[in-house]
Design a protein around this ligand. Structure first.
Ligand code: SAM
Ligand code: DTB
Ligand code: SF4
Length: 332
């Protein structure tokens, strides 16, 4: 059976098949549904694939900060812009592991280590592999984001036991060139293929609020949903304001309802992917976050900083999830 917006249903009613052939008209039709119909469909698909009353808690650490040769127009860490950020070398493994332990004690189940590199040097990768194995040894899921990888580098991370690699497409193919010029979208897609081939799960999403149009946001979802396999995890970042970067001149905070619609559309198009409400929660009300969870977001970053920008305080998150009856690593 196929409903009005082309979402196939199986005999059990709500569990949609995985599709990589979404058409723009279908994505637009979903996004434009009456709000209650969109949320009902998204929540129905969500609860047939996930526990609707659980949210995953991940923690982020910048293991190498600033001085990045890439020119991503949104980023505090690019060496192309004067953002006032203090650069720092690759952290010691012991410090990383101690931070991961504290994150675990504070309720995080996944630990994501990020480095401001275009691509890692092999000797740096040795260090990161050792960090991955050590953090895994604490009983946490591991994720790293290190820029572009060769197939061999991806294989080495896989051998070290890495669970997820984060590498975002960031925006639509049409808007991409307005944001980044030092690497192509195809470069990014190539790295995603190396990660996938190495048997590592893919975390791939993007940013909204950089001055793109709704068509671009849907273009980004269409791009993600047409990858050879859907990313296991899809971070939706709201641009966190950074002084001194070009995106400042174009940025526009999205209408909150538009954000909920986008989360719901992502949930329907990629039914088995975890949609993570990532950067920008500091700007969101409790009610907006609750609607995003209802629309199918089921993962957040916890801790008062992300990499270089702010995130809500732990107590505020714990209180919100408690009031919503949502279980998580933050449960009191
Ligand atoms: N250098 C690596 C890379 O670009 O893949 C890893 C780190 S980078 C900070 C990871 C992602 O964070 C970016 O792809 C982007 O989507 C997101 N990001 C960076 N700065 C942001 C900001 N100010 N607001 C929201 N998201 C941001
Ligand atoms: C992702 O999509 N969001 C996270 C994670 N992947 C690495 C990073 C958000 C960074 C926000 C800007 C900052 O704090 O510097
Ligand atoms: Fe470098 Fe990543 Fe920031 Fe781009 S997003 S400037 S690659 S750290």
């Amino acid at each position: 059976m196929v409903d009005v917006v082309g979402v196939e249903r199986n005999d059990s009613g709500n569990s949609a098949p995985i599709r990589s052939d979404w058409k723009r008209a279908e994505a637009e039709a979903l996004y434009g549904l009456p709000f209650a119909d969109l949320l009902f469909q998204a929540q129905s698909i969500h609860r047939s694939n996930f526990d609707p009353n659980h949210v995953e808690t991940a923690s982020l650490l910048s293991i190498k900060t600033g001085g990045c040769p890439e020119d991503c127009g949104y980023c505090s860490q690019s060496a192309h812009y004067d953002t006032g950020l203090k650069a720092a070398r690759l952290m010691d493994r012991a410090d990383v592991v101690a931070t991961a332990q504290r994150a675990k004690d504070a309720g995080a189940t996944r630990f994501c280590m990020a480095a401001a590199w275009r691509s890692p040097k092999d000797r740096d990768l040795d260090q990161v592999c050792a960090m991955v194995s050590a953090v895994k040894g604490l009983g946490m899921e591991t994720c790293v984001t290190l820029g572009m990888l060769t197939p061999n580098q991806a294989a080495r991370l896989s051998e070290a036991g890495l669970n997820f690699y984060n590498h975002n497409v960031d925006t639509s193919p049409e808007f991409y060139d307005k944001i980044i010029t030092t690497r192509t979208l195809q470069d990014r897609i190539d790295t995603l293929a190396h990660v996938r081939d190495a048997g590592i799960k893919v975390c791939c999403g993007g940013i909204i609020g950089m001055g793109e149009h709704i068509e671009d946001r849907l273009g980004m979802l269409l791009l993600l949903a047409s990858l050879p396999s859907h990313p296991e995890s899809v971070p939706i970042n709201l641009w966190n304001e950074v002084k001194g970067v070009p995106v400042n001149d174009m940025a526009e905070r999205p209408d909150p309802i538009a954000l909920v619609r986008l989360v719901a559309t992502a949930r329907i198009m990629m039914p088995k992917s975890v949609v993570r409400l990532s950067a920008g929660r500091q700007y969101m009300t409790d009610e907006l976050q609750a609607l995003c969870f209802l629309a199918g977001a089921s993962s957040i970053f916890i801790g008062k900083v992300l990499l270089t920008t702010k995130n809500p305080q732990r107590d505020r998150d714990a209180d919100l999830l408690d009031r919503l009856g949502i279980t998580s690593g933050l449960a009191k």
